[in-house]
Design a binder for this molecule. Sequence first.
Ligand SMILES: Cc1ncc(COP(=O)(O)O)c(C=O)c1O
Length: 397
Amino acid sequence: MKSLSKRTEDIAPSMTVAIDTLAKQLKAEGKDIVSLGAGEPDLPTPDAIKQAGIAAITENKTRYVAPVGLQNVREAVCKKLKDENGLNYNASQIVLTSGAKHAVFNSFAALINPGDEVIIPAPYWVTYPELVRWFGGVPVFVKTTVENGFKMTVQDLKDAITPKTKVVVFNNPCNPSGAVYEPGEMEALAKVIVENDLYCVSDEIYEHFTYGTKFVSAASFPGMYERTIIINGFSKSHCMTGWRIGYNAAPEAIAKMISKVQSQAIHHPSTPAQYAALAAVENGNECVLKMRDLFKTRQDLLKGMLEESLGKKLRAPEGAFYLFIPVNELYGKHTPEGKAITGSIDLCTYLLESVGLAIVPGAAFGMDDCIRFSYAASDDTLKEAARRFDKGIKELK
Ligand SMILES: Cc1ncc(COP(=O)(O)O)c(C=O)c1O
């Protein structure tokens, strides 16, 4: 038989999805697994949103709609962008997508030509480099450090720019690090982007999950609106991960490109889910703000327990709902069976196999020194996860 697509063969599957799927499968097989692997709020979709989805189905709002999605949902998104982010968009600049991940896909589809360099601060969300490669682009990683709060500096950015640079990716607040750029930091980086005539893909899906630092959209800074594609959605803010609704907000010409891609690839995201998303935007942010406060208490709880296990202070992330912690002092140790722990993948595999704890190796995010815990889980789950982590690492020799 002839070979399959080389381009597709060459990209890696999502490690976060793989770990979550494996944890769920092991649980289904009756294994005792505690998972802090998924990036998913543990709370149910709020009732009003569920009811809107159900009503759409019973009222037969189940037909094809325009590739860009329903006009009233896009108008509601524009109102959200105006009210919350101070940004003026027309509905024609909004494309509803099958989740924010699909909005990332659309963004790169619209921007990347083979050989274009795309700057991605590391640690990064797993999907960016693989999709950049899939479109023939070249990911250029800017390594950040725990010492600088996992944030790219102006100098880092300048050093990474070459004549081939086309796009800078921001994920603010960041998955996995939880870093949130201060408005002044973002403004300085934006200036470099504008001066070098680059595009910006700004994934703002965790915008509401900030614990003190003010979130400002990348599109707000001078010269940025016309070169930024915003990625956002309802999966995290409204506990709608399985509904699969996100969106791109972009300059008109880019939105048209995205609409063209979407019309050929998926036509549009599920119609009833779009009605549910309308209820989410119209219902406002009360649910996400409550969840944010709850998540901060969970962050403190998990951080305290992990600090005790590791015997060191950990950084308190300013946003998202992950603890991304350096554990390289454990590398070089051995499991009770004598297997060497050489990095984050070994450590996470060991923890899953020995104590049934599913967490994500930093290697998945381009930073092998660290591991990622999601704290979007109940206090009891967090306590049990921390107990298992403690047991697992204490048994290393
Ligand atoms: C940074 C980031 N962007 C996008 C997504 C994807 O969101 P969705 O489930 O809406 O596709 C995730 C999910 O984990 C994420 O962490």
